[in-house]
Design a protein around this ligand. Sequence first.
Ligand SMILES: [Zn+2]
Length: 382
Amino acid sequence: MTSLWISDVRPWGGPAVDLHVADGVFVATPSGPEAQVVRGGGRIALPAMVDAHAHLDKTSWGKPYRPHSAGGTLADLIDNERSHRSDLGPVRERAGALLDRHIERGVLHIRSHVDVDPAIGLDSVTGVLAAAAERAGRVTVEVVAFPQSGVLTRPGTAELMADAVDAGAQLIGGLDPAGFDGDPIRHLDTVFGIAADKQVGLDIHLHDRGTLGAWQIERIVERTKALGLAGKVTIAHCYALSTVDDVRQGSLIELLASADIALTTTVPGTTPQLPLARLAAAGVRVGLGHDGVRDLWSPYGTGDLLDKALMLAVTSGYRQDADIARTVRIATEGGAGVLRLPDYGLEPGCRANLVLLPAESLVEAVTQRPLDRTVIAGGVVL
Ligand SMILES: [Zn+2]
């Protein structure tokens, strides 16, 4: 039995305490002498960060910088990726390099959408799963079988998404049922049909704005309830929520809460941010994601979720401490709620996955994002 004593740390920036770990799990009191001591020195302790929306298969992390070559539309971006993705090298290596960066920064749980289409088949899914398996015990990766090139517009993709679940993917994805695939009813019936058949959840990209997006949220809620999938569905981006009027926004939030549908944001640069306070008040689970990191879609991303938390705080116009601290909660326990991570947190009984940060407060953790971090996974100091 391995044990660890983490002295003088401040959970969530609160009063200093000692934390005790036995066999990878927090315990209230140690039952014997502890093998290893980590001196916290008054640092903040946070449970490991959770990237609730990543694209590990797309990254060029660890490779030379490649100038952006895509046009401005979603279709241009998808075509550009299909033309150049084979230049980037094996998914396993690139995804692994990015996972190593996540681990170093204390991001130990990741939900990654991974492309599935007839040209690449399941290669990217198996590549990401292999990279994750090589880092088992340090990081967990949940894979969404993602139809980046469309479901209806790319025949054969639906069958491959079902096969991806057999290969180890945990969720079925979707992409702009109206705006990209052009037939929202058939798109949603297809992806919900696979998920119901395979008994897995869904995580659907929805960039469609305004009333078109709102109408699709309502259709997603209907199907979630009809198929008994409440609590197992996530909508990613969900720009519609921040581009309809206040009344419609309120009724959509009520609907999302009624089906226990979660949302993830990757902090868009060109759309108003999600109404986080209103979502929290309604009990809607919200997670934060890095989205693509240095890939054929954009040159941005560092693998550090605190950088995204800062962007979320700035673009939401936050200045109050409680608002800025909310972004840390979303980057940690918010994502854990979206992924339904068991045993997550800093209390006795939780798995000892945590990061220690030299910051005075949660606000300083976001505004300064200190790099001198101690990352502990399953009670092992990494
Ligand atoms: Zn995405």
